[in-house]
Design a binder for this molecule. Structure first.
Ligand SMILES: [Zn+2]
Length: 137
């Protein structure tokens, strides 16, 4: 395919722009000469996914609801002990207060997403759903 403005062959996906009311397929260089229209030409073999089609329910946007495992306190505690850290030491490592760690380990408080992720990374544990014995391994 060649650019309809300069005639150079277009590598990859041509830009579709509006120039004086005409839709042209142009190279990246000439794209700025026209008004970009939201209609890029798909590479061959690419089948566009129908949007809002009732035939295709939106399975792909279902996000898995992750639930904090019930024994998150125990999980944090045992992982911390495995690392040989005290609550204070762990708190210092992840820039939190020791009282927070205590609350978490006794399940008086649930970690928010950010804190949970921090703990998961640092302690190398899975705080979401891993304790669910119904899950297949
Ligand atoms: Zn061009």
């Amino acid at each position: 395919m060649s650019c309809e403005i300069c005639g150079n062959s277009i590598r990859g996906v041509p830009q579709v722009v509006l120039v004086d009311g005409a839709k042209l397929r142009v190279c990246n260089n000439d794209a700025k000469l026209g008004t970009a229209i939201k209609e890029t030409v798909r590479p061959q073999g690419f089948v566009p996914r129908p949007v809002n089609s009732p035939l295709f329910p939106k399975f792909d946007i279902i996000e898995e609801e992750l639930e904090l495992r019930e024994d998150f306190g125990t999980a944090i505690k045992s992982a911390r002990e495995k690392l040989g850290l005290s609550q204070d030491q762990l708190a210092a490592k992840i820039n939190e207060r020791a009282s927070l760690i205590r609350h978490l380990e006794t399940a008086k408080m649930k970690p928010d997403d950010v804190l949970a992720t921090k703990l998961e990374r640092f302690l190398k544990i899975d705080l979401y759903g891993a304790a669910d014995s119904d899950l297949e391994v």
